[in-house]
Design a binder for this molecule. Sequence first.
Ligand code: MN
Length: 295
Amino acid sequence: MNLLHINASARSTEPVTQSRTVEQLVIGKATSDGAGVKLTRVLTQPLQRRLDPFLMLDAFGSDQPDDYIAGFPDHPHRGFETVTYMIAGRMQHRDSAGHEGLLEPGGVQWMTAGRGVIHSEIPQQAEGVMEGFQLWLNLPARDKMTAPEYRDFTAADLPGFVTDAGVTVIVIAGESHSVTGAVTREATAPLYLDLHLPAGARFTQSLPVGHNAFVYVYRGAVNIAGTSVPVQRMAILANNAEADGVMIEATEAANVLLVAGQPLNEPIVQHGPFVMNTEQEIYQTLNDFREGHWG
Ligand code: MN
């Protein structure tokens, strides 16, 4: 977080007169991906429609090198964006468009796969903790075949602020309390905040009613409109017509991700690392990949 981004208006409370409620608490599924990296899939395929425009959220965290050391060797993507947020550990990224970068603690890699990248994500440590998140954000049909793009943000690059209640807010995407995040997107209008709340602190964030939203608690515990949300749970927030945002109260010191976005309301057809709108586009994608028409 770069303290230069703090301004006076950022310290004012974002007015929320009525908080969204919790519609559902979700426990992630233990799985593995890449060359055997253990992770928890929090946002799974059956929730893609409900949480449109978000397609996936993986949480990874381990101090056992065997759980992460093999990393994610070369693999393709097409049709959406991947957002990797590192809490602890280091990973080297390389892709077929010639981009290369080192992801370090507190850093974000925002990759727009567009018409196609082949990339790898390999741990740069033999021991210690590796922890972070990967969020998949869909692209609107008109942008699925856009040129691939890649942006790296160090912890210091990410805009942030501290509220009067002592809540540290890192604004990865969207806007919070008049602070604009590292990335903004017109079609999906993603909001992606990492909140560090001291015990007892409250945080409010306005949210457009039609936007789908969820909270993931990765340390401590919070309460949202009367529902307790324990650690390692995703709370899907209801799209209550009368609610103008969300109020999150830390029942103990807590770190949470708050994610929201404007649904695309387009067909979603996923085949592994490819997310398109029709079966035909998936066949075309598999064909393009086999024949090397990529990137
Ligand atoms: Mn990948």
